[in-house]
Design a protein around this ligand. Structure first.
Ligand SMILES: [Zn+2]
Ligand SMILES: [Zn+2]
Ligand SMILES: [Zn+2]
Length: 434
């Protein structure tokens, strides 16, 4: 399903590397997952087997570490992701495992059996040696002059290493690494020293996401899989005669869903959506937001009857919408025929016009006039509205909202015509896309 959306997108898009990549199904799946989970960065964990990006491993279990890293590199080069250097890690040159520990060795005989030594000088006789050599059971005794050495009798020269095998003393040991995974021992010269990055969506990608191009394709795919009808039309004629554009217009039986997309659920987005909702009167009005609403935004949205859907870990945005609509469907079984006629007019106003040529002008203007007063904020001038109404003889369908009795009969007509309208819809899909 997603793939077909992607193909449609690719038709209309220009061929820049970034755009092409954004249409790649893997990239869409990744961005979608991030959006659904509310994750804004891709970070890695060090596992015995290598550097693992958990979110990508979950998405692409069969991709090798190299393939994942190439994938991330490519997306970073194309400007889809932004990388941030978090650390550098030592990897085994043989097996690539980051499960590596370091050891100190004697530079002369390579033995690992070396220890740190505090070097002191016996002030009276001038003997210099490691403190270990002075140490007897209870007191320090100078190995050269055999006198008891108290704290005031010696001075500390420094700290160095001493090899227990060959006895040599050296300031810095030679460092080697041992791999926990394959037991290989290697020097710093042989080790792989690799950067550890964290990736996040670039500003530009975020904007693309906010415009809805990316998550919408897969939200729509989920909705279609769950029985939603989603046409190519995303503009709906409101009661006032104004056209309103939504990011998603969908219906499932008698439930009509309209949704807009926003990066953050800002109050002005909620109010703008409310104004459209008021004029169009759908069953469910959604604001799909990438960040969860604040308490205030939640309150505002409730007041305006706009539902905010934001990513949660347990359910994708698409699934949340499907669940919401399904619960509505259970409640809404009563006046189905009425809604059916509305939904039909929403999805295919032109066809609706042919089906229902009768006008009930008086009733229409009465209904829309009273509603207009409340929606004035979003409308153009009244004259403009009237002009549009005259041009566009679709308002008759709007009157159904206020007149269930006549709708019942008209509804049946529209249901008969549903078949044709769907066909037209399909044709539109071939030429248009989201
Ligand atoms: Zn040695
Ligand atoms: Zn001495
Ligand atoms: Zn190894």
């Amino acid at each position: 399903m997603i793939e077909s959306e992607v193909k449609q997108l690719s038709k209309q898009d220009t061929a820049s590397e970034k755009d092409a990549l954004l249409l790649n199904a893997d990239v869409q799946a990744m961005v979608q997952k991030m959006v659904d989970r509310g994750i804004d960065s891709i970070s890695s964990v060090l596992e015995r087997g290598g550097i693992v990006y958990p979110i990508l491993k979950e998405l692409f279990p069969i991709k090798s570490e190299k393939e994942v890293s190439d994938f991330l590199d490519e997306l970073t080069r194309a400007g889809i992701l932004k990388s941030r250097l978090v650390d550098k890690v030592i990897l085994c040159p043989t097996c690539g495992s980051p499960s590596v520990y370091s050891k100190y060795n004697c530079p002369r005989c390579s033995s690992f059996d070396i220890g740190k030594a505090v070097i002191i000088e016996h002030i009276r006789c001038g003997f210099i040696g490691s403190k270990d050599k002075f140490q007897t059971k209870d007191v320090l005794i100078c190995p050269k002059c055999k006198n008891i050495v108290t704290e005031s009798d010696y001075r500390k020269i420094g700290t160095s290493f001493e090899c227990k095998s060959c006895g040599s003393r050296f300031e810095s040991p030679r460092m080697s690494h041992k791999c926990n995974s394959c037991d290989d021992v290697f020097t710093y010269k042989e080790a792989r020293y690799e950067p550890l990055y964290e990736f996040e969506l670039s500003e530009e990608t975020r904007r693309t996401v906010a415009r809805g191009t990316l998550p919408l394709a897969s939200i729509i795919a989920t909705m279609k899989e769950n029985g939603f009808d989603i046409g190519s039309r995303r503009d709906i004629l409101g009661k006032s005669g104004a056209m309103h554009t939504f990011d998603i217009v969908a219906k499932k039986r008698d439930v009509v869903v309209v949704a807009n997309f926003a990066f953050e659920p800002k109050e002005e987005d909620i109010i703008a959506l409310f104004a459209k909702k008021y004029d169009v009167d759908p069953t469910i009005t959604l604001l799909i937001a990438l960040t969860p609403p604040t308490k205030e935004e939640e309150t505002v949205s409730k007041a305006y009857g706009v539902k905010i859907i934001s990513p949660v870990a347990t359910s994708s945005i698409g699934k949340q919408i499907v669940e919401l609509a399904d619960s509505m469907l259970k409640e809404n079984n009563s006046d189905r025929a009425r809604k059916e006629s509305i939904t039909e007019s929403i999805l295919e106003p032109k066809i609706q016009e042919e089906i229902n040529p009768k006008h009930e002008e008086a009733k229409t203007s009465k209904t829309s006039e009273s509603k207009q007063e409340k929606t004035d904020a979003t409308e153009d001038s009244k004259t403009e509205r009237r002009r549009r109404k005259e041009e566009n003889s679709l308002e008759d369908t709007q009157s159904y909202t206020s007149n269930p009795e006549t709708d019942e009969e008209e509804g049946r007509e529209t249901m008969d015509a549903e078949h044709d309208s769907r066909n037209t819809d399909r044709n539109n899909w071939d030429s248009e896309s989201f």
